[in-house]
Design a binder for this molecule. Structure first.
Ligand code: CO
Length: 433
């Protein structure tokens, strides 16, 4: 595949995955093409040599693994971690209200989005609805409204004269509700909203018990630039890394390997990773331990395997934007289309340390992939990733890397076409080591 085709494949993946729950569905669809078997955490596992498996926890985190031909104590686990969630707006439970002839839905802020970018966009809803089926079981169903359903219209500049001097500020409680409809007088707002959901789920509305719904941008991904050398879409942080890791893994040659390979994509990174399925939860440790024990290793073997293991924590990095030079450390400007970025932070906001950094450089060189090194401005607070958390919980060596991205946490982020294929290449090299 050309770099352009790889990015088109990424954009199709992102556009089919407007919520973390849809991300898992999209990943599972790709795994099905390579004969991966889904495991249930509540059942007893039997794992075949060189088997391909995956485990989903609570519909929005997934761990995929391929058993290697060599014993785990010799190879350890070779892992790539990324996250399935993106910052944005989520729908509150008692969401629909009527005011001045308009029906609005109340939202909560999930993680740290750039709120101003959510104004004047063709927004819609995606996520899961939980309801009781005919047998009285609680089941979940994915929902996705394809057409624009919601909008956050800006205030005209005539009423906000200083917007270009002071920036667009939105009050988080009062100024974020999204407009859904001009409501007929006789209709109850919440009933109207439930009717809409019903149309997407084929279940009776009185049986809907709860939902997990995200607001998403219906605009599809696009290429841009004079040579189409850039691309833009929502949720590139961090679906671009999930996609790169998956493309690195799903390679017929790699899938029959000496090494045990793992891709772990977690929900809840944007809100601190502390949940049953977040990187700071038990999910990865539980699955790795089970792999070891089911393949006839004892506790000590498992600890030895962890000591041999390595994780690449893949998350996007801050590309240099020349209009805002003062935002960057002038000696660590990273350029779009100049290769994957190794993220370094002395306070361990990134998990990179000297040795893991050197190892990643080596893999890049072996793969003939250019690389760059990033450090945040010393006078600015640095963001973090799942890298330090998983590295600390499991006691394994880790490096934080990612591709350059403009406008992180905007509803429309953009990045470089070449970087995506570079990343896939170096991740493949890591898995094959
Ligand atoms: Co991220």
């Amino acid at each position: 595949m050309s770099a352009q085709q790889q990015v088109q494949h990424l954009l199709d993946f992102v556009d089919a995955s407007p919520s973390p729950w849809h991300v898992i569905k999209s990943v599972e669809a790709q795994l099905a093409g390579f004969n991966f078997v889904k495991l249930d955490e509540t059942l007893k596992w039997t794992l075949e040599p060189s088997g391909r498996y995956y485990v989903v926890r609570d519909d929005s985190s997934i761990i995929i693994f391929v058993l290697g031909q060599k014993p785990l104590v010799e190879t350890g686990f070779k892992m790539i971690g990324a996250h399935t969630d993106s910052p944005g707006l989520r729908i509150k439970p008692n969401t629909a209200t009527s005011i001045d002839g308009l029906l609005r839905v109340g939202v909560e802020i999930y993680g740290g989005p750039i709120l101003a970018t959510f104004t004047d966009r063709d927004l819609s809803l995606a996520g899961r609805v939980n309801y009781k089926d005919a047998k009285n079981n609680i089941v979940s169903s994915l929902v996705k409204f394809d057409s624009p359903l919601l909008r956050l219209p800006n205030l005209a500049i005539h009423m906000n004269r200083m917007v270009n001097e002071e920036g667009l500020k939105l009050h988080k409680q009062n100024e974020l509700p999204l407009i859904l409809s001009t409501l007929a007088q006789e209709c109850l707002p919440q009933t109207y909203f439930l009717e809409l959901l019903k149309g997407q789920t084929a279940c009776e509305i009185e049986r809907i018990l709860s939902w997990d719904l995200a607001v998403y941008d219906t605009q599809k991904g696009s290429f841009w630039g004079a040579e189409n050398e850039f691309y833009a879409d929502s949720q590139l942080d961090n679906l671009a890394s999930c996609h790169a890791a998956l493309q690195a893994l799903l390679d017929d040659e790699l899938l029959v390997n000496e090494n045990t390979l793992v891709c772990a994509f977690f929900d809840h990174e944007e809100i601190g990773s502390e949940s049953n399925r977040g990187a700071d939860g038990s999910f990865l440790g539980d699955v790795l331990k089970r792999i070891a024990l089911v393949t006839e290793n004892n506790e000590e073997d498992f600890t030895r395997a962890l000591a041999k293991s390595f994780m690449i924590s893949a998350d996007m990095a801050h590309a240099y934007q020349p209009n805002f030079p003062l935002a960057y450390d002038q000696d660590h400007k990273i350029s779009v289309n100049k290769g994957p970025v190794i993220k370094v932070n002395a306070n361990h906001r990134y998990s990179t340390e000297g040795v893991s950094e050197a190892m990643f450089v080596d893999w890049c060189e072996q793969a003939c992939v250019p690389y760059q090194k990033y450090a945040h401005r010393s006078d600015l607070a640095c963001g973090s990733t799942i890298g330090p958390i998983t590295s600390a919980r499991l006691g394994i060596r880790s490096v934080d890397v990612g591709n350059p991205l403009w406008a992180m946490h905007s509803i429309r982020e953009s990045a470089g076409v070449l970087d995506h294929s570079y990343m896939i290449k170096v991740l493949k090299k890591f898995f094959a080591q």
